[in-house]
Write a protein that binds this ligand. Structure first.
Ligand code: 8DG
Ligand code: MG
Length: 316
């Protein structure tokens, strides 16, 4: 099914609340609360389309917007490619020019409103730091203290979303380490994820679980409830579709760039391959593999939501 491109806006007020609009009666998904926007016209860029849509629907003039994330959602009768953009500045006061109700809501309030199914993973992403910092293997450190000090240095550096990845440890070794990492993450008010068995992530009180490529491919149902975060490693379009069918929240897609000799897992995508796979992804995507936090604008320009990694996400 050919997808229809739709551009929509994240507009924030001075308190960080989001502007949502209620879809008018008689339209697809009537009554649902959405990010204001609409269908792109042929030959229109997403930035141009958003200017036109928000002038028509809200009577405001956007002076700046940039890409935030994209995803492709299959409804029963149509397929929508949603391009969500962050509006930096606008002129005028938003008014429901098509008779639609408007509301400024916090992310938490937005989560309680009926929204289109495509918007669920977008809301999830909006609550997260788009720089997902993955820990090095604890086995590479002389002792637990030096690993924990490395973990804390990333939190100190301001990363708000961190993943404990410790493939070389057994579950009984991992559990006490995870509890220490979790306590540190809480102290810095960061979200933290465990890359391990979902039951262990649950038991140590992590904000969510990250599924390795192997765990994803063996997964039959979303492993944690909707209020937790589930991310997964993907390399192919098939992996992305599987993560979408399972109702996961976000995915990493790798390897985008070279991760060093002998460490390659899967063919290198380059930014062009990343962009191509992102275009059909049902979930927001983070670029992984040879990328760093400074690649965020590039990842966003290619349709991704964020960047993930280890070595370039250090404290310096
Ligand atoms: N604007 C917007 N559309 C969304 C969101 N989530 C979502 O699934 N959609 C779907 C609903 C619609 O099928 C499509 C948007 O089309 P639309 O009906 O708003 O299009 P439009 O503003 O150009 O209106 P029209 O001229 O077609 O009447 O995308 C969202 O958050 N914002
Ligand atoms: Mg619209």
């Amino acid at each position: 099914m050919k997808s229809v491109a739709v551009v929509a806006a994240v507009l924030r007020d001075g308190q960080g609340r989001l502007l949502l609009a209620q879809r008018p009666a008689g339209k697809h998904l009537a009554g649902r609360w959405e990010f204001p926007g609409g269908k792109l016209e042929p030959d229109e860029s997403p930035a141009e389309g958003l200017v036109r849509e928000l002038a028509e629907e809200l009577g405001i003039g956007i002076t700046r917007s940039r890409p935030l994330l994209s995803l492709t959602h299959h409804y029963e009768d149509r397929c929508i490619r949603l391009l969500l953009r962050e509006v930096g500045a606008w002129e005028g006061v938003p008014t429901g020019l098509e008779g639609q109700a408007l509301a400024w809501v916090s992310l938490e309030q937005a989560g309680t409103l009926p929204m289109p199914a495509a918007d669920r993973p977008m809301l999830k992403a909006l609550a997260l730091d788009p720089r997902y910092a993955i820990s090095p293997d604890p086995a590479a450190f002389a002792d637990t203290e030096s690993f924990l000090s490395d973990w804390e240095s990333r939190l100190q550096a301001g990363y708000g979303w961190v993943q404990l990845r410790a493939n070389s440890l057994t579950a009984s070794e991992l559990r006490p380490l995870a509890l220490c990492c979790g306590a540190l993450a809480r102290r810095y008010r960061a979200r933290w994820m465990l890359n391990a068995e979902p039951t262990l992530a649950e038991a140590v009180g992590a904000d969510g679980v990250h599924l390795s490529l192997e765990r994803l491919r063996a997964c039959r149902a979303r492993p944690l409830p909707a209020d937790r975060i589930v991310t997964a490693s993907c390399q192919t379009a098939e992996d992305l579709r599987l993560a979408g069918r399972l109702g996961l929240d976000l995915v990493t897609l790798s390897p985008v760039a070279s991760i060093g000799p002998g460490r390659s897992s899967g063919p290198q995508l380059d930014w062009s391959g990343f962009e191509r796979l992102c275009a059909d992804s049902p979930l927001p995507v983070l670029a992984l593999g040879g990328v760093g936090p400074d690649d965020l604008p590039r990842a966003r320009a290619a349709g991704g939501f964020g960047v993930a990694g280890t070595s370039r996400f250090d404290a310096s």
